[in-house]
Design a protein around this ligand. Structure first.
Ligand code: 5AD
Ligand code: SF4
Length: 452
């Protein structure tokens, strides 16, 4: 199938956006061209997320919209990719005839053949998960990005089996991509002028390419281009070695930011969630991070209203948030997912209104802590990579500090891709506002002396 116009829409985590770039590459290799609007496409693909029920609801609504386009254009092919393809499978083809094609995360190489099957009048499905597929040899095509920051996936799947999480079922077993292919991709991005790479995996700390561990990979990656910022996501508290913390502190281009989901602040809930650490161990790990990397920024994920969560257990999460004062946090209500251990073993018994109230309490405690941390940034100078024009005004740029905080500032004569010295003069719980003083670089910039 060639010479078709395709349009991809992506939902969910950064892994999904990175996967869509692989699909761009596969379709373009086969002679198809991307378009920016679904109405102009012969093929519409939607890369989906299953993590919570509301993520899936959004996708069903989008599919109904695509069906309305299909009424105007009988030759249009609509396909579902990603986690929901894996979870919902054939039901997509049966339900309201919305979809012609269903492709799971490990079958993207087969998309051209599957499209041919669709063209010959069949419905096509491949949701086979693999122990090997890493797409290491496919160079992602980054359409519509800012040309400054890129995602590079270094592993696929997840073996953790947290009891609430559908990911092991939608993305399969954990496997690491070959180190050399990762380093080659980072080098190519540097040659193309990119300034920041976020390496991605469901649990990057368990990266293991025939004995090359995550800290080894990050060390090698940091040598590729000293002016290329490196970030990583996501880390699991169960395996965060000191070696990696020292490396983050020593290598100027590895950013001082760690996303380390706690999920809950209560030991019994953590046990039911199958998270293999205690609140005390988690707090000790974060203290260690703040001791070894002065000025490190920490963010977390929290699920509220998990099966059986009592008011006292919820209070422990509030007190964890208050103790740590995370700089950023992603806060969710528990959403039951079929096939997970929690679905099989526990009851989703916290009423929706209680979940909502607890979520709001966590948001409030988080905002107060993050605001306190951000107010402490006022008057400080930061190394900021300008990434985009601000959403609010063409005369402003938005970028991030080394520690991952978003900063908005007047553009002056600067542009996305510049490293700038920025002094912070205003802050709220989510954003810093500052003034760009001058162009600089990772090697030139002298950070403030920070104490933990
Ligand atoms: N319900 C609510 N939140 C969930 N997450 C994962 N599974 C669920 C679920 N069933 C959250 C976790 C995870 C983040 C990516 O999504 O906090 O870290
Ligand atoms: Fe959503 Fe998880 Fe799949 Fe990412 S891996 S798209 S968060 S279900």
């Amino acid at each position: 199938m060639t010479n078709k116009k395709f349009y991809i829409e992506s939902y969910g985590c950064a892994m999904n956006f990175a996967d869509s770039e692989i699909v761009n590459s596969i379709l373009m290799e086969n002679g198809n061209d991307p378009v920016e609007q679904p109405e102009l496409a012969d093929i519409i693909l939607i890369n989906t997320c299953s993590i919570r029920d509301n993520a899936e609801t959004k996708i069903w609504n989008r599919l109904k919209f695509f069906r309305s386009i299909k009424r105007q254009n009988k030759n249009l092919t609509v396909g579902v990719l990603g986690c929901m393809a894996e979870r919902v499978r054939e039901r997509f083809l049966e339900r309201e005839k919305l979809v012609d094609l269903v492709v799971g995360p490990d079958a993207y190489r087969q998309i051209p053949q599957l499209l041919e099957e669709v063209e010959s009048g069949q419905k096509a499905v491949n949701v086979i998960l693999s122990l090997e597929v890493t797409y290491a040899d496919i160079t992602p095509v980054r359409l519509g990005g800012n040309g400054v920051s890129a995602f590079v996936s270094i592993m696929r799947g997840c073996d953790n089996m947290c009891s609430f999480c559908v990911v092991p079922f939608t993305r399969g077993r954990e496997r690491s991509r070959a180190t050399d292919s990762i380093l080659d991709e980072i080098k190519q991005l540097s040659d193309q002028g990119y300034k920041e790479v976020t390496v991605l995996g469901q649990n990057v700390n368990s990266f293991n390419d025939n004995g090359t561990r995550f800290a080894d990979l990050m060390y090698k990656a940091s040598l590729v281009d000293p002016e290329m910022r490196l970030r990583f996501s996501t880390s699991h508290p169960k395996d965060f070695p000191d070696e990696l913390l020292h490396l983050i502190n020593e290598q100027k281009n590895i950013c001082n930011y760690i996303h380390i989901p706690a999920q809950s602040g209560n030991n019994e809930v953590l046990r039911r969630m199958r998270r293999p650490y205690t609140r005390e161990q988690y707090l000790a790990l974060l203290d260690n991070m703040r001791n070894i990397i002065p000025g490190v920024t920490l963010s977390t994920d929290i699920i509220t209203g998990f099966c059986g969560e009592t008011e006292e257990e919820h209070q422990d999460t509030l007190s964890l948030m208050d103790t740590v004062k995370f700089d950023m946090a992603y806060l969710f209500s528990y959403s039951e997912r079929e096939r997970t251990l929690a679905h099989r073993k526990f009851e989703d018994d916290v009423p929706a209104d209680v979940k909502q109230r607890r979520l709001q309490e966590i948001i409030d405690v988080h905002r107060a802590g993050a605001n306190e941390r951000n107010q402490a940034e006022i008057g400080k100078r930061h190394l900021v990579l300008a990434e985009n024009f601000s959403k609010r005004s063409e005369n402003q740029l938005s970028g991030r500090t080394d520690s991952g905080k978003v900063v908005i500032f007047d553009k002056k004569s600067f542009k996305p891709g510049d490293y700038l010295e920025v002094v912070i003069n205003e802050a709220n719980s989510a954003t810093l506002f500052g003034e760009a003083l001058k162009l600089t670089s990772i090697r030139e910039f002298e950070p403030e002396l920070v104490t933990a």
